[in-house]
Design a protein around this ligand. Structure first.
Ligand SMILES: Cc1cc2nc3c(=O)[nH]c(=O)nc-3n(C[C@H](O)[C@H](O)[C@H](O)COP(=O)(O)OP(=O)(O)OC[C@H]3O[C@@H](n4cnc5c(N)ncnc54)[C@H](O)[C@@H]3O)c2cc1C
Length: 424
């Protein structure tokens, strides 16, 4: 009976404590430390000799300090965390915290992407990044293996990208391929006739030139890469916290440059993390913040005041990243092209690739500026496939006249960042 009474009192205290916690930040006049010690004493009085301390299950909370805070735990945030730990001179030298608001990644681009990798870009830096990435994928267990855990299989499917150019885009394509080859990518140009010989199921009408990746391109399972990175960085001591970064606290110092100019140096020294299902936030002191919030990076930059200064100044320049909704459709076509099908990007902007071995395909097309859908939800517009995607697919690959969209799910939508790179 005494035990039961004790437990009831304990529950009451926990309820009281819960209420205190939820208002912790809203009343600055609360003598938090004093109240805590009072409550702690009461709990100890009903738990004789108890070393168990129910007040301090803080495993879900971020640490109070971290050298680096990474906002966003998608493939980019995790990759930054991995390389920071990999390159640290001494184990544990850098404390890294990844803050991710959705640990199911239901809206993150990484899991919603189609997993393609190519070197056919127009900027040398992208070619270099991709050459390294394909080597990383091929040797993924050299990088991401974790002792006693099964090896990773990112299901890399080597298959060239085939980009098709109209008369208008042919010269740009030729220049791009020249640069890609100089950077070390294995890419070749193909005439319409060569195209017909190699891929007889393609209708080359309106195609002036094509570029085809001979090596190092294809697609893989982005989820495997994401979870592989997550597993690895956790094993390297990176901390994770489920919450949303909602505020940065900065300090400013006025400084003089070598030529006597006065500048204000602004530095973030604290990040506020709003905890999941709670109004409470946790402050984390830090030295460096990495914005890896994907399509939401523009919004995170705004929290740091980027884009909010006077127009025409650096502070007044927004980070040009915003969410754009993109649909991916899945279809089946028994007479469709076979295993040699590359990842095709058509002159019209429609793209597709094979999915698995059973004549299934996935693809889509970016809408025009006027057609840009509302990125606020991830509903799929089926009419967009019927009206905009299918006609172009069937024009390029006549066998696709008879395709059947796979139900359910018929497709999915994800948010991409407004792009910096165009294909041709
Ligand atoms: C339909 C589609 C197809 C694509 N196909 C390809 C392709 O074939 N090849 C290719 O290379 N790329 C492709 N992409 C692009 C690719 O998916 C992205 O470039 C990549 O996944 C971006 O990774 P990320 O980590 O930057 O973003 P994300 O994976 O979106 O991760 C960002 C994370 O930040 C979190 N976050 C945001 N704000 C906050 C905050 N304030 N606090 C805490 N967490 C926050 C989000 O919850 C999210 O999990 C495609 C994208 C889409 C949508």
């Amino acid at each position: 009976m005494a035990m039961l009474r004790g437990l009831l009192r304990l529950r009451l205290l926990c309820g009281l404590l819960g209420r205190e916690l939820s208002t912790r930040r809203s009343s600055s006049t609360l003598d938090w430390a004093g109240k805590m010690s009072e409550i702690k004493k009461k709990i100890q009085s009903v738990l004789p000799g108890g070393a168990w301390n129910p007040l301090y299950d803080t495993s879900h909370l971020p640490p109070e300090h971290s050298d680096v805070v990474i906002v966003g735990g998608g493939v980019l945030g995790l990759s930054v965390a991995y390389w920071l730990k990999k390159l640290e001179k001494q184990r544990g030298a850098i404390q890294v915290l990844v803050v991710e608001r959705d640990h199911t990644y239901s809206r993150a681009s990484t899991g919603l992407s189609v997993g393609g990798i190519r070197q056919q870009f127009s900027l040398p830096v992208n070619v270099q990044l991709s050459l390294f990435s394909v080597d990383f994928l091929r040797n993924i267990n050299d990088y991401l293996a974790v002792v006693d855990d099964p090896p990773l299989d990112p299901r890399f499917n080597p298959s060239g990208y085939l980009l098709l150019a109209s008369e208008k885009g042919a010269a740009i394509m030729e220049n791009n391929v020249k640069m890609q080859r100089q950077e070390g990518a294995k890419v070749c140009l193909m005439s319409p006739e060569q195209l017909r010989n190699k891929f007889p199921w393609i209708n080359t009408e309106g195609v002036a030139l094509a570029s085809y990746g001979l090596e190092g391109e294809g697609w893989f399972d982005p989820w495997s890469l994401l979870w592989g990175l997550r597993r690895k960085v956790q094993s390297m001591g990176v901390l994770f916290c489920q919450g949303e970064v909602t505020r940065f606290v900065s300090s400013s110092n006025r400084m003089e440059t070598t030529n006597g100019e006065e500048v204000t140096l602004k530095r973030i020294h604290e990040v506020h993390v709003k905890m999941d299902h709670s109004l409470e936030y946790q402050p984390v002191e830090c030295a460096i913040v990495i914005n890896a919030a994907g399509a939401w990076s523009g919004q995170v930059a705004e929290l740091a005041g980027i884009g909010k200064g006077p127009p025409g100044t650096l502070q007044g320049t927004k980070l040009p990243v915003e969410p754009r909704k993109r649909y991916v459709y899945l279809w089946h076509c028994p007479e469709g092209p076979g295993l040699e099908t590359p990842f095709i990007a058509d002159t019209s902007g429609v793209y597709f690739r094979r999915e698995g071995l059973g004549n299934n395909y996935l693809g889509g097309c970016s809408p025009t500026e006027e057609e840009e859908p509302n990125p606020g939800n991830l509903e799929v517009d089926h009419d967009f496939f019927q009206d905009k995607v299918w006609p172009q697919l069937a024009q390029r690959v006549p066998a696709f006249e008879n395709l059947k969209v796979i139900l359910p799910p018929c497709g999915w939508a994800g948010r991409r960042t407004a792009g910096f790179e165009v294909l041709t």
